[in-house]
Ligand binder design. Structure first.
Ligand code: AMP
Length: 281
């Protein structure tokens, strides 16, 4: 069944009021659209964990530090609604921009610590944009649970911190990364890859998997990470922004593998920025 598409917060409140009065558990899956199996896995998890599921689609200008990236970002609303039909979600919230950022909007939510490095360093302002829109979406939907992908591992940590710090009352649930058969993490940005670039793209994950094995086998971390970056570049990527091992949760730098860690990377391929991360240890 096709879910109603809601475009204003007033209509959203009208819809969710009855659910809340009935004590139903409301789940939200925040997305920027161009839905793929990665997003749909979050929807499936929300359907299992909640009585009502709202999928939000909003290409949030505040989290784009590059105007060209915002302009190029794929927008496929009709197709997205069709893909959601098989999950019988209860609402698709596609807010008009003024429902999120009305005239005169001047507040920013900023998370320190876990948001500072990696993506925070390479995409200035990105996590302020994410934290601000997520705060708005959590308060507008009044969701009990929100589903986020480990694909954006640092974002998952930032949003978890944010919801706890501000008592937003929304439990953040992390879900595993869904990949193409060749290991490439599914991403809306993959649509922007040329056929030639698409063939090269799995090299990022492949290099990370090799590095993971070597680090777990006790090899020198600096050597392994240096070689992994070189492999990514040799496969045809234009730049590796970072490829680093960090502690789970806090994302603090680690120099030796002492506990569960995460290998995180961002790299540029033919004008498209790809990110990935995997568990190590
Ligand atoms: P986006 O539309 O890129 O903002 O992503 C919306 C949500 O889907 C975020 O929580 C992402 O982490 C999640 N997501 C994106 N790609 C994947 C994937 N390949 N596997 C699992 N979750 C994903």
């Amino acid at each position: 069944m096709t879910a109603p598409i809601i475009r204003t917060k007033a209509d959203l409140h009208a819809l969710t009021l009855g659910w809340r009065r009935a004590g139903e558990v409301i789940g939200v899956v925040p997305t920027m659209g161009a839905l793929h199996e990665g997003h749909l896995s979050l929807v499936a998890a929300a359907k299992v964990g909640c009585d009502r599921v709202i999928v939000t689609i909003f290409v949030n200008p505040k989290q784009f530090n590059d105007p060209k990236d915002l302009e190029d970002y794929p927008r496929t609303e009709n197709e997205d609604a069709r893909k959601l039909a098989r999950f019988s979600v209860d609402a698709i919230y596609v807010p008009d921009p003024d429902q999120i950022y009305p005239d005169g909007f001047s507040s920013t939510v900023s998370v320190a610590g876990v948001a500072d490095e990696l993506e925070g360093e390479h995409r200035p302002g990105h996590f302020d944009g994410v934290a601000t829109v997520v705060t708005k979406l959590f308060t507008q939907t009044m969701a009990d649970k929100a589903y986020f992908g480990e694909k954006d591992y640092q974002q998952l940590q930032v949003v978890t911190r944010l919801s706890a710090d501000l008592d937003l009352g929304t439990e953040v649930v992390g879900c595993p990364t869904i990949r193409e058969e060749d290991g490439l993490a599914m991403s809306s940005r993959n649509l922007l890859l040329s056929d030639r670039a698409r063939i090269k793209a799995p090299a990022l994950n492949a290099a990370m998997e090799r590095a993971k094995e070597r680090i777990e086998a006790g090899e020198d971390m600096t050597t392994v990470l240096g070689e992994a970056k070189a492999q990514v570049l040799a496969a045809g990527f234009n730049a590796v922004e970072y490829l680093e091992l960090r502690a789970v949760g806090t994302l603090a730098a680690v120099t030796t593998l002492e506990g569960p860690a995460r290998l995180l990377a961002a790299a540029q391929l033919a004008g498209v920025r790809l990110i990935d991360n995997i568990a190590v240890g």
